[in-house]
Design a protein around this ligand. Sequence first.
Ligand SMILES: *[C@@H]1O[C@H](CO)[C@@H](O)[C@H](O)[C@H]1NC(C)=O
Ligand SMILES: *[C@@H]1O[C@H](CO)[C@@H](O)[C@H](O)[C@H]1NC(C)=O
Length: 357
Amino acid sequence: MIRLLTLSLLASVCLGELIPVSNYIGQHKHKCDRELAITGALVQDKIYTFGGCYPIPYIVDPSVENIFNFNDNHNNASETIQIYDIQKDEWTQETEVKLPFPWRSASTQTYQQDIYFYDVQSSQNYQNTGKMWKYDTVLKEFSALDELPFNWHGGLKTCANNVRMYFVGSHDAYQRNMIQIYNIENGVWEKPLFPNLRFTITQMLCGKDAIQFLGTVFTDEDDGMSMGFQHKYSGLIRTDYTTGDTILSGLRVELPIAYNTIVKTNNDKFYHFDVKDEETVIIVVDTVALENRTLEALPHALTAPLFVPYQDDLLFLFGGGKSRFYWGAKKPTGTLKTYSHKLVLESTVKFVHQKNE
Ligand SMILES: *[C@@H]1O[C@H](CO)[C@@H](O)[C@H](O)[C@H]1NC(C)=O
Ligand SMILES: *[C@@H]1O[C@H](CO)[C@@H](O)[C@H](O)[C@H]1NC(C)=O
């Protein structure tokens, strides 16, 4: 157990405890061919993990020069499902059902008992396909849905609310300002929303009264090349569910844009991973309280874990590892092994502003 006290002058302070839990039993390794997180989703008290990518042994032919081949296919994709029961702290292998085909990775969106998959990468295909899949965790059934009927720019982001899934490309602002709407009940694509601001986003969540984005408003002076590699302030942007009316909330957050930052959402909060040379900081943006908190949570440079916020004060981390690509001056150090941990925060009320002595 590691107890960490975070102290910094202006930022909020958080006391957290990192507690090992039962180890992930699936095959996925983050360093497979790219640094990929385990594909997973939370449904009630269970975390489901799907497929994955793992290295397989191979023999190098020393007579073949191969310095430019970065994409050697010495790995395989899995088609199995594992289930972590949070209450029992126990993993089980799903034996009755497999993925429709082996997956390296996929993006997920949960709605009630169903998990939706998009951006599915199969074992051979490195291209993201536009096809969606649904897994019903109660009936234990996969179904193939239609192709996504739109284009997007950058990574596809989603959130779900009130029988609808909302889709936006992270860099759609270069070309369009549209929010695509999928009606979960009848499988119909509804009329998109057209926000009155153009903005690039790092993540979105479906709040109670509005779609919330962490993003940067795009102006005509911004050219594509300069973005993405700078420290830019992100704002909290809100779009009305019915009118598309979009406003900037006034909350500004400085999100370090580094390789392999991971942002996941849970209810009203954004979580942004800032992987540094020797530690990983999690920046939490609370879209209701309109404030940020910094959790200097992990004493390792942990990239690409499956990060599952379960409750406000309880977060799960599975897999991940040391980065092979790093921006910092130093190679990451530390004794990071397979990560299966829960991060227990000492209740949200204990987030206090505290002065350095
Ligand atoms: C690769 O994965 C497939 C499907 O999961 C499996 O049937 C096959 O045996 C694996 N191949 C190797 C070399 O591990
Ligand atoms: C969080 O908010 C504080 C105070 O509003 C601000 O000084 C700090 O820069 C913010 N942190 C981040 C990561 O943006």
